[in-house]
Structures are given as C-alpha cells and as structure tokens.
Write a protein that binds this ligand. Structure first.
Ligand code: ATP
Length: 758
C-alpha cells in the first residue's frame, strides 16, 4: 500500500477541500454523470506534474481552478488557486532517495497560470518531481492512469508511441533519460573538443615561431657561454702577462737606470775636473763640447722616440675605428630603402622613355640606378672613413718624418762618437795633463751608450706593454657589452704564470670569430622570448591535457551509452517476452481462447501508412493481406526505429487484426494488454476511469477477477458505474454535486453506492 490520501482544494469542481484516504487495495469512486469523478483522476495527473493542460480537459492552467458554479446565488465564489496534495507511504522506500516515512507531493496553480510544486512542504522544481516519480516507477506517460475513454489508447497509438508507453511501463524511461543526458553530454564534449582543437590550431603558428626564436636564443646562449669561457681564460692570461711584464721590465730597468744616474754623476765630476783645471788645454775643451753636443742630441733622441710612441698609439686607435666603421658599412647590403624613394627612382627611369636609342637608354638607366645606390649609401659614414684615413696618413707621415729624424740623429750620434774616438786617440798620443779625466769622460760615454741601448729596449717594451694594457681595458668593456658581466668575471690576481703568447693570440682570434657568430645569431638576451615561449608551450600542454581528458570523457560516455543501449534493449525484449505471456493469458481468459501478442517491428524509414490507408489496402486486396501484420506499410529496410505492433486473432473467428474487433472486443483486448503490462512491472498504483464501461455482465465478472489479481501488486482506484466492479472495492467513495456546482466526496457503503451510481 503506497497511497495514503488525495486532497483536493479549489481544483476544478472541488470548490471546498475534499479528500480520499486509501486504506484498501481497491478504492472505488462512484457517482452520477458530471458529478466530478473524472476530476479526481485528473487530480492525480495534475499533482504528478502533467504538463498537457489539454489532457486535463482545459485550455490554461487557470481552468484547473474552481470557477464558481450553480445559479450564482448559492454557488461559492471562484477560487484563486487550485491545489492537489498526494500523500505516499514511504516506509518501504518507494522513493529511495527520501528519508521520510511519508512523502507528500503538492501542486498549486494560480490564476496567473503559474505553478508551484512542493515536496513535503518545500518548494521544488518540476524536474525534481519528474525524477522523483521516475525513481518510484511512476512514469511520465501515465501508463498507470487510464482516463475515461482512453482505455484503447494503447491500441490506437502508433507503433512508436506504443513502444514508448510499454518502455515507460517497463521502467526503461530512467535509462533512456540517462542515455539522453549522456548524448547531450557527448555533444557538449565534442563541442568542447572542437573548441580546444581550434584554440590549439590558433596558437600553433605562434608557438612554432617562438620555438624557432628560442632555438636561436639558445644557440646564441651557447655561443655566449663559449665566449665567456674564452674571455675569462683570455683575460686571466692577459692580466697575468701584463703584470709579469710590468714586474720584469721594472726589475730589468732598475739596474741600468741607476747606473745611468751614477754615470751622469761621474761624468759631471770628470767634466768639473776638466773645466776647473788650471792648465786647461785645448783637448779638454773639445771633450766637454763634444759631450754637451752628445747630451743634447740624446735629449732630442728621447723626445723623438717618445713622440713616435705617441703617434703609434694614435695610429692604432684610428685604424681600429676605421675597421669598425668598415664592418658596419659592410652590412649596408641589408639596408632598408623607403618605398617613396623607389617610387622616385621608377619615375626617374620612366622619364627616360623619350630616349629611343637602346644603347643610350641603357646607359641612362644604369646612371639612374647607380645614382640611386650611391644616394643610399651612408655618405657621412664613408666620409668618416675617408677622414680617418687622411688622419692616419697624416700621422704616418709625421711618424716617417720622426723616424727620419731619429735616423739622422743616430748618424749624428755616430759621428759625434767617431769624433770622440778620434779625440780619444789624440789625447792618448799627446798625454795632456787632464788625461785621466778625459779618459773617464770617454769611458763614461761609452758605457752610457751601452746602458742606454738596454734601457731604450726596455722602455719600448714598457710602452708596448702599456698599449697592451690599454687594449686589455678596452676589451674588458667590449666583452661585458657583448657577452655580459660573466665574461669579465675572470679569476683575477693569484700567482698565475703567463704562458705562451702564441696561444693567447690564437685565443684572441677565436674570440673574434665567436663574437661575429654570436652577433649573427642575434646577440645575447632573448629572455622575454623564452618566457613567452614557455608560457605558450605551457598553455598548449594544458590544452593537450584538456583534450586528453575530454577524449577520455567521450570514450566513457560512448561506453555508457552503449551499455545503456544494451541494457534498454535487453530489458525491453525481456519485458516484451514476459508481457506476451501475460497478454496471452489475459486475452484467452477474456475471449475463451485465441492468440494475442506484441511484436517488435521496425518503422519503415520513409513513411508509415495510416490505419485508414491500411483499411483501403484491405478493401482493395481482401482481408487476407491484413493477416500478415505487423503491417503498417512496407518497410524500406530495417534501419527505422523499432516500434511495437499488436497481433490478435480471436477464437472461432476467421478475421485477424485490430481493425476487425468490435468496440467491446477492442476494450477487452486493451484491458488484457494493460493488465499484462501492469502484471509484469507493477506500478505502485493504477487508476482506471470507467475502463469497464463497455463490458457486458460476463466480461464484467472476468474484469473483476483480473482486477483482484492486479491489486495484489498495485493499489487500484477505480472510477466506475459497474456494479460488479464496485463489489470488488474495499472502500467506496461517492461523488455528488449540489445545486452550487461543487463536488463533494464521502465514503459510502456498497448498497448506497449502487444507488448513487444510478
Ligand atoms: P461522467 O460520469 O459523466 O463521466 P464525471 O463524474 O466524471 O462524469 P467530471 O467530468 O469529473 O464528471 O466532472 C465534470 C464537471 O466538473 C462538470 O460539471 C464541469 O462543469 C465541472 N468543472 C470542471 N472544471 C471546473 C471548474 N474549473 N470550475 C467549476 N467546475 C468545473
């Protein structure tokens, strides 16, 4: 027993609150025509969420509301709302998802046609009601509520509708919902996949571009690392070399310089003797004069050498600047030319069209082209190169002059020294008084020559070292600019001993080559590109994963749908098999024999013939053709959706097929089918509104027997005028309608019911 009570208030003819309580397996509802019996059956449909107001015999929701009645004086005024409340006993978990022992569904409709649904007093959505009912096998097609005159609906329905009714009755709807939902999800998944794929397609070219950039950056980075290694090694070596050179030269210079100083002092002393000497002779005078000449000559020699050094430094710097500029100009081939300039060139060439001699025209065009190219070379830059070239030439000329001067000074010196030699020998011969001092001067000058040569070599070595130091400093700056600060973070200091200079110059060359390659590879840097690449790659990876997830979800859905299909198919065929057994049993019980069955057929793809067409076919070819049912049209193939056909043949009668049945026979057949279905998968309750109207006395009895049988599994509410049916009910309700047009409900005894029904 699942139903507890039905409460109507303001619903249709039930102006005032009225209730039926269900205390027995069969409840009968009786009353005269028009008293409101069918309204109670409709109240069931209404509260269970029926959306077709037409099937509730109304046009709008408002038609469900008590609209006043009677002669207008005694009738109650119209109501503002209609409400129906249906209470279930949930102690046996009819609704598995609900923990309460009692479940009350209520639907309210207002005058503005709005609806409210309440579950145990709380507002819910219609969807919740539909799902809840499906879980209790109270289907949406209302196969268990047979309205008045609808008994043979299952027979007159199309094969597809019939299949739907049976599926619903078999409780397959819940699987079908799941399937529909899965199909919808599948569609959404496919859409999402498409979206993700298109997003991936969108970023693919950018990703490819970034990847190439990053490869370039990585290559440059590799070159930069190599360069850093070369630089650090080079700088460490260079620094060690410069330091050791400095030390070596200053140590080497120390002795000779000191010696020169002391020679100077000695010379002064000797000269003083000669100058102070009383018997100063001709020779001493000559010695001093010669010495002074030599001294000034040497002074000038030193100046010239220093000046040559300075010039060499300047020439070096200028040569480097020129080389740099030339390298820059070499890149001019890639210079971008403005379109407006090209346009001007085109106009210029066009203007030459009046020249009609080919040779001249060619020459003129070539002139124009050369002019164009020349105009687009960097004049300022080449003038810089030229200017520098001139400067270098000037410096070189100056240097040559100085070299010459040095040469002539050297020969002057040689001459003076020769003079000395001569003088020295003369003094040796003549043995003058100042001989010793004079000899000293000679000795000192000779020694000075030797020492000065050593010092000169050392000083030019020092100058060369200083220049090397300068370019070392410049290279440090350059390295930091080209390869970053790491390039100048070499191991400084320590006691590194400089090695072979040849290896260092090899390193130098390698560095130059590497620098060019690094510049060709786009230089160092590119952190931004790498970052963007990583981000884009990350996004792509994310999309790939998402795609994988979606694919997995899709596969899962496809499998779920296949499983559901298999399950629906199996349960459907199994259900049909069971229904057929019951159908045959009920049918032969009703008709005393004969055959009846449901047959699964495929709906023809193109179109089906209507029953009227069936009839015309039959009239044309004779009834024998109809025996071949299932026969609504010729199938064009078996790929249409499946439907259900009803095959019947009556005992002792030749005719077969539904069309041949009388009204009563048709009613009996549909009852047999309805009962068979209800027997196989019993719904919690069944409402039958005058299903028994067409039955004669004998069949009413059989109907009564079947009802009793059904009531073992489903609770029955029977609206009837039939005395036999009334006699099977445990409780009877009478519906009456007064002059106010309002229906009333009251529990009555069987005898009373028989009277009321009349
Ligand atoms: P029958 O035995 O002839 O089938 P019944 O007892 O099933 O009759 P119903 O069809 O349930 O009778 O009741 C119909 C009655 O309900 C009609 O008199 C109709 O006027 C009344 N009715 C329907 N809707 C409303 C409404 N909104 N307001 C007032 N009365 C209504």
């Amino acid at each position: 027993m699942y139903l507890k009570s039905l409460e109507l208030s303001g619903f249709k003819s039930f102006a005032k609150k009225a209730a039926i309580t269900f205390t027995t397996p069969i409840t009968g509802v009786v009353g005269p025509n028009g008293s409101g019996k069918s309204n109670t059956a409709e109240a069931f449909r209404f509260v269970l969420g029926e959306q077709s107001i037409k099937s509730l015999r109304g046009k709008r929701g408002e038609d469900m509301i008590w609209n006043g009645g009677g002669d207008g004086t005694s009738g109650a005024g119209r109501a503002n709302r209609a409400s129906v409340k249906l209470t279930f006993d949930n102690r046996t978990k009819l609704f598995p998802a609900i923990d309460f022992e009692e479940v009350t569904l209520e639907r309210v409709v207002h005058r503005d046609n709005s609806n409210e649904y309440l579950l145990n007093g709380s507002q819910v959505r219609l969807k919740d009601i539909v799902e809840l009912l499906a879980s209790a096998h109270i289907g949406a097609t209302g196969h268990h509520i047979i309205s008045q005159g609808e008994a043979d609906r299952i027979l007159s329905a199309s094969i597809r509708e019939r299949r739907e009714m049976i599926e619903d009755a078999l409780g397959l709807k819940i699987h079908q919902w799941k399937k529909t939902e899965s199909l919808r999800k599948l569609e959404r998944t496919a859409e999402n996949m498409k979206q993700v794929e298109s997003l991936r397609r969108e970023i693919a070219p950018h990703l490819k571009f970034l990847k190439k950039q990053v490869e370039k950056v990585e290559k440059a980075e590799l070159l930069r690392c190599e360069l850093i290694e070369l630089y650090t090694e080079y700088f460490a070596e260079e620094e060690a070399y410069l330091q050791s050179e400095k030390l070596r030269i200053s140590q080497a210079l120390d002795g000779p310089e000191r010696e020169l100083a002391s020679l100077d002092r000695e010379l002064e002393r000797a000269k003083k003797i000669l100058t102070d000497s009383k018997n100063k002779d001709e020779k001493s005078h000559e010695v001093i004069e010669l010495e002074e000449k030599l001294k000034s000559l040497r002074g000038e020699q030193d100046t010239v050498v220093r000046e040559i050094g300075r010039l060499e430094g300047e020439i070096n710097a200028s040569t480097r600047a020129v080389a740099k500029e030339e390298a820059r100009v070499k890149d001019e081939g890639l210079r971008i030319v403005y379109l407006k300039d090209v346009d001007a060139l085109v106009r210029e060439v066009e203007s030459l069209s009046q020249i009609n001699e080919v040779g001249k025209l060619f020459a003129a065009v070539m002139d124009a082209l050369h002019g164009f190219v020349a105009r687009h070379h960097t004049h300022t830059d080449s003038s810089f190169v030229t200017g520098m070239g001139e400067e270098i030439a000037r410096l070189a000329a100056e240097r040559t002059k100085l070299e010459q001067r040095r040469g002539s000074l050297a020969s002057d010196e040689a001459r003076l020294i020769q003079n000395y030699e001569d003088l020295k020998q003369k003094i040796e011969r003549e043995k003058d008084t100042n001989r010793e001092a004079e000899k000293d001067v000679f000795r000192i000058i000779a020694r000075q020559n030797e020492v000065r040569a050593v010092v000169g070599t050392l000083r030019s070595a020092a100058a060369e070292r200083d220049r090397a130091e300068e370019s070392f400093k410049r290279e440090l700056g350059e390295a930091a600019a080209v390869a970053g600060r790491e390039a100048v973070a070499y191991a400084s200091g320590g006691d590194r001993q400089p090695a072979d200079r040849r290896r260092q110059s090899e390193r130098r060359m390698k560095i130059e080559r590497n620098k060019i390659r690094l510049e060709d590879a786009g230089g160092s840097g590119g952190a931004e590109v790498v970052k963007e690449f990583k981000e884009t790659e990350e996004r792509d990876r994310f999309l790939v994963n998402e795609l994988k997830d979606l694919e997995a979800a899709k596969a899962e859905l496809v499998k779920l749908i296949a499983d559901l299909d298999a399950r629906i198919d199996y349960e459907f065929r199994n259900g049909i098999f069971k229904i057929n057994a019951e159908f045959q049993r009920f049918f032969s019980l009703m008709f005393g024999g004969g055959r009846a069955e449901l047959v699964v057929v495929r709906e023809p793809q193109r179109r089906r013939r209507s029953e009227a067409e069936d009839l015309s076919v039959m009239l044309a070819t004779g009834p024998a053709d109809m025996t071949a049912a299932p026969d609504h049209g010729e199938p064009d193939g078996d790929d249409g959706p499946e439907g259900l056909e009803v095959n019947v043949s009556l005992p002792r009668k030749k005719v077969k097929g539904l069309m041949m049945l009388s009204g009563g026979e048709r009613a009996l057949t549909s009852i047999a089918l309805l009962f068979a279905v209800s027997q196989v998968n019993p719904p919690p309750f069944i409402i039958l509104d005058e299903t028994d109207a067409a039955l004669d006395e004998a069949n009413s009895k059989k109907y009564g027997d079947m009802i009793e049988n059904l009531s073992k599994h489903s609770q029955l509410i029977l609206i009837t005028h039939n005395r036999e049916t009334m006699s099977r009910a445990g409780v009877l309700y009478g519906v009456t309608m007064g002059s106010d047009g309002a229906s009333r409900l009251l529990s009555i005894a069987f005898e009373e019911a028989v009277n009321v029904a009349k």
